[in-house]
Design a protein around this ligand. Sequence first.
Ligand code: GDP
Ligand code: IMO
Ligand code: MG
Length: 422
Amino acid sequence: MKVDVLLGLQWGDEGKGKVVDVLTPGYDLITRFQGGPNAGHTLEFEGSKFVLRSIPSGIFQGGKVNIIGNGVVLDPALFKAEIDALEVSGHPLTERLKISKKAHLILPTHRLLDAAYESAKGSGKIGTTGKGIGPTYTDKISRNGLRVGDILHNFEEKYKLATERHKAILKQYNFEYDLAELEKAWFEGLECIKRFELIDSEHYVNNAIKSGKKVLAEGAQGTMLDIDFGSYPFVTSSNTICAGACTGLGVAPRSIGEVYGIFKAYCTRVGSGPFPTELFDETGDLMRKIGNEFGSVTGRPRRCGWVDLVALRYAVMINGVTKLIMMKSDVMDEFETIKACVAYKIDGKETEEFPFDLNDGAEPVLVELPGWKTDMTKMQSEDEFPEEFNAYLSFLEEELGVPIKIVSVGPDRAQTIIREED
Ligand code: GDP
Ligand code: IMO
Ligand code: MG
């Protein structure tokens, strides 16, 4: 069978965790292929709420194997905290979770470096999650990284070499820190990692494909945060796009099946960087309030704005999206009208193409559609959709050239409507 990929098409937090959980019954393996604890994937079901950082969102359902793939960066301390929280709630994990030996380790000093680089950037800072993501991927690419498999042999020596190098850089930045506390939690985390099966996940996943198993790859972040195609430099440090699933799991491009592209009925962003459709008025405040747009982990308020079809078309193209998923439709329930950005005006000229540099200033060209003014949260089937909502779906499908197959009308697993095949 193939590997289906589910990806965020905006600036992250589209609702990937919720939908992966909904789709899990149709898969045997659920995998993460990039990013790390910068992610916060929220799942709600049966009155419980969980936020996952590094663990795939298939973890709550029995009979599935969840894999942290080679493209992920893993912080042992945060991993242990995540495991502890899930085990307290009674979920058996050791059988369900396996970790690639090739996944890179986020060291305590990577987190310190992240903080040092951000503070040195001053007003130009990225607004990172502070989890050491950039410095860890930097070490991976510059061939200085430590991998999960390294913890099995002579680890102390390798760790010392890496941290000494990091300490020298921190000195250059005059960055003050206290490493002891961080290291204590980190080494406890290493012991926690050792409780799980550490595997060559590329073999595991390819064998699964060969034997007819179905694999779902769960993206983290979103296309607009991709290191190559996002709003550089205000991006994360990995390839969040579909191609990232090939390198982050070791599967061939021809093994990719469906590509699910997920987006909100509007748009949000956390951290710094350009956001053409951002609203600074009470409409934006209302979206934040109704949509509870505050970071799943950090609690940072998310910036809110209208859906951006220039950016979405670009994301559909880069990822080869075959099916769209629209989230948080219910957040728009109270709006009289809904706007959508169909083009940008740059230097007085209109363009529908995503530009080289959004930082040069792109003014959104907006169209207005009637709102549906209906409570969508209890709907069970698309037959109940109001006319204006159907018109919004058709408008988006026309603009993006891909069908919207799933519509989410609330945070709970049950508030999900799968649309009929034509
Ligand atoms: P992810 O990072 O893509 O998994 O998304 P997050 O979990 O960071 O953010 C999505 C937020 O929206 C979470 O708080 C979800 O519980 C919530 N959510 C997901 N789908 C819906 C929906 O359809 N309606 C509403 N109101 N909330 C939703
Ligand atoms: P999920 O998977 C939203 C943003 C940060 C910052 C930039 C770089 O939950 O959608 P990093 O710590 O990665 O170096 O930060 O990327 N960012 C996210 N924004 N959702 C995420 O993940 C994010 N992960 C990183 O806010 O702007
Ligand atoms: Mg999130």
